[in-house]
Design a protein. Structure first.
Length: 132
C-alpha cells in the first residue's frame, strides 16, 4: 500500500488502522485534532463515511442535525463501554434538548435554565431549589 500524507496544521497525529474482521482489509484513518472539513476534503478520504466525536466541529462543518446525531452516537458509545444500557429514545430526547436552538448547548443545566420547565429542572438534582 502506498500512502501520501498531507499536512493539516490542526491535526496533531494520524494513524492508519487496518480492520481485518470482515475478511477484507479495510483501512481507517484515525485522526487526532480538529478541522473536520480539511480531513473530509483530503484526496483519498471518503467524506461521506468520515465521522468525528467533536460535536462542535461537526456542527460547524455539517450542521446542527449532524451534531445531534453525533451527540446520540457518543452518549450511546460511552454508556455501552461502561456496561450501561440506555434506551435510544431517551438519548434522543437529551440530544434534542442540547440542540433545539440551532446551536449545541454544552451545559445541560444551562440548557434547562434557558427554556426548561420546572419539572425538567426538578429532575436534575435541583428539585429543592426549583420546587420550593
Amino acid at each position: 500500500m502506498e500512502v501520501v500524507v498531507q499536512g493539516i496544521p490542526e491535526v496533531a497525529r494520524a494513524v492508519i488502522h487496518i480492520d481485518e474482521q470482515s475478511g477484507k482489509n479495510k483501512y481507517k484513518l484515525l485522526v487526532e485534532g480538529d478541522n473536520l472539513r480539511a480531513v473530509m476534503a483530503t484526496h483519498g478520504v471518503n467524506g461521506s463515511r468520515t465521522t468525528s466525536n467533536n460535536t462542535y466541529e461537526v456542527e460547524r462543518t455539517l450542521g446542527i442535525e449532524a451534531a445531534r446525531s453525533t451527540i446520540i452516537n457518543e452518549v450511546q458509545y460511552t454508556m455501552v463501554n461502561h456496561g450501561m444500557s440506555i434506551d435510544r429514545r431517551h438519548v434522543m430526547l437529551l440530544a434534542d434538548l442540547m440542540s433545539y436552538k440551532d446551536q449545541t448547548c454544552w451545559d445541560l443545566y444551562r440548557c434547562l435554565d434557558e427554556g426548561g420547565s420546572g419539572f425538567s429542572k426538578g429532575e436534575l438534582d435541583q428539585s429543592t431549589n426549583t420546587l420550593l
